[in-house]
Design a protein around this ligand. Structure first.
Ligand code: ADP
Ligand code: F6P
Length: 459
């Protein structure tokens, strides 16, 4: 059997209480199953990059990591990845920053990753590169005569062509993707945008799954990521879950709980979410002292200004709304800036009557799937989900909302809070089926199969 080498910007080994993001959670599950190797950045800085690799194994996941130097982290990670591509890929051209040093750092770090990686590759290995941080890596590996099968999976949205062309040198970056054998997207919408770009900006032609360009060919497919459903459900009965469930139950008393769990990121629509909750409280006096929103939002990418701004804004907003509505014995919003262990999250999700997932744009959104997986089948909660999350394409039985409209979100929240048991069960059962069928193991097997078995034309 071929060995799987998974590559992503950050290698996050399993830890009890970190907020890891969907990619890390899914890749840990995939690697535990396949026994492969995970390569990427350690998350640490060294004074001078030296390319030395540290190996580790935690909980059945093997890793190989390199440290980066401060300039790399600033230009590549905080710069091109998180100030340029992340906002652009989430349709936020208004805040995307274009700076030549960012692009130079991005290219440099991709080459720095390729140096130690290419010597580790054995002839039968399958290589799976993840996310926007590493788009040029396939081409750089080919330049070092790597002939192995290489796939690329994008966890984020792919933006419309009219936005993407605002990126300086966009053709160069996207052309480099034709060195992959397969490219995976979360939804049909992102794949369509990719097709549109390739046809209209590069002059490529599309034949079924395959895109042809100047003697090169790449297969581009939809392969939606799932959650580790079994592992997640097993967490429900654990002592950690029981302990936090007891604490929450005691503190809730008669209150009905709404939950939000997100990295603290402007793409997650947290400001709009709090304002929608405020609107709900304005509209429905009967919900005062009856409902509470628990919003868990661990800080993320704190060196980037836009993340600092959203953090400040949320502190202010949560304070203002609580100040406006709170009573001596009731605080409407519990805003928590920390990570929780996975088992604890299951208990939080399960205690909530409504799961509130309202990103302004999201590649997939695993929290939506986790919320459903954690529910009690005899008394399930209701998912209120942004129609702009990739997950909405698979989760039509959720209450789908426009996250920019406080009225629409507040109406859906009200409907969720009042929904009769029969309808809750019907929607839950339909959603659960999809989550079980297309779980993270299905996703891994499908994408690995695509990498292994696609037709290949190399220039
Ligand atoms: P993204 O990848 O953009 O962060 P996703 O919703 O796809 O968004 O994935 C987020 C992942 O991170 C989920 O698996 C979720 O459980 C996890 N996560 C988010 N917030 C926390 C937290 N406070 N504690 C622990 N895990 C968290
Ligand atoms: O899922 C999208 C993503 O950007 C991943 O690539 C990343 O690991 C995760 O979010 C968390 O972000 P970061 O690694 O920047 O903390």
């Amino acid at each position: 059997m071929s060995r799987l080498i998974v590559v992503s910007n950050r290698v996050s080994m399993p830890t009890p209480d970190s907020a890891q993001g969907g990619l890390a959670v899914a890749l840990q599950a995939a690697l535990r199953e396949s026994g492969g190797l995970w390569f990427g950045w350690s998350g640490r800085e060294v004074e001078k990059f030296n390319g030395s690799v540290s190996f580790d194994e935690v909980d059945g996941v093997r890793s190989a990591v390199v440290d980066l130097e401060p300039q790399d982290v600033e230009e590549y990670y905080n710069g091109f990845a998180n100030r340029t591509l992340w906002p652009l890929f989430h349709y936020r051209v208004d805040i995307a920053k274009y700076d030549r040093t960012f692009n130079a750092g991005y290219q440099r770090v991709n080459r720095r990753f390729v140096e130690p990686l290419h010597v580790m590759i054995e002839p039968d290995d399958i290589i799976w590169i993840n996310d926007y941080h590493l788009i040029p890596m396939g081409m750089l590996l080919r330049e070092r005569a790597v002939k192995n099968r290489i796939g690329f999976f994008l966890h984020t949205p792919w933006p419309p062509t009219r936005l993407l062309v605002s990126l300086p040198h966009h053709e160069q970056l996207i052309r480099s993707m034709f060195h992959y054998d397969v490219i995976g997207f979360q939804t049909a919408e992102w794949l369509e945008s990719f097709h549109h770009y390739c046809e209209h900006e590069l002059g490529a032609s599309i034949k079924g799954d395959y895109i042809h360009l100047d003697g090169m060919m790449v297969r581009a497919v939809i392969c939606p990521i799932g959650i580790d459903y079994r592992d997640f459900v097993d967490g429900i009965g654990s002592p950690e879950a029981q302990s936090i469930a007891d604490r929450v139950r005691r503190s809730l008393r008669q209150l009905t709980m709404i939950i939000g769990v997100d990295r603290l990121d402007y793409s997650k629509g947290l400001e709009e979410r709090l304002k929608s909750f405020e609107h709900l409280l304005h509209q429905h006096d009967d919900l005062h002292r009856a409902v509470v929103l628990i919003q868990v939002a661990p800080p993320s990418r704190g060196e980037v200004e836009q993340y600092q701004k959203v953090r400040e804004k949320l502190n202010e907003l949560a304070g203002r709304i609580n100040g406006e509505f709170a009573e001596v014995d009731w605080t409407p919003i519990r805003y928590v800036n920390r990570g929780y262990a996975r088992a604890e999250l299951t208990a939080l999700y399960r205690a909530a009557r409504v799961g509130l997932v309202t990103p302004l744009r999201d590649g997939m959104n695993l929290v939506a799937k986790e919320y459903i997986a954690a529910q009690d089948p005899e008394d399930p909660g209701v998912l209120v989900l942004s129609r702009f999350a990739g997950a909405a394409a698979q989760m039509s039985e959720a209450l789908l909302v426009n996250p920019y409209s406080p009225e629409e979100v507040a109406d859906a929240l009200h409907m969720g809070l009042k929904m009769p048991l029969g309808e809750r069960k019907r929607r839950f059962n339909a959603l659960l089926q999809g989550i079980k069928k297309q779980d993270v193991h299905w996703w891994r097997a499908k994408f690995v199969d695509l990498i292994q078995n696609s037709e290949v034309v190399r220039p």
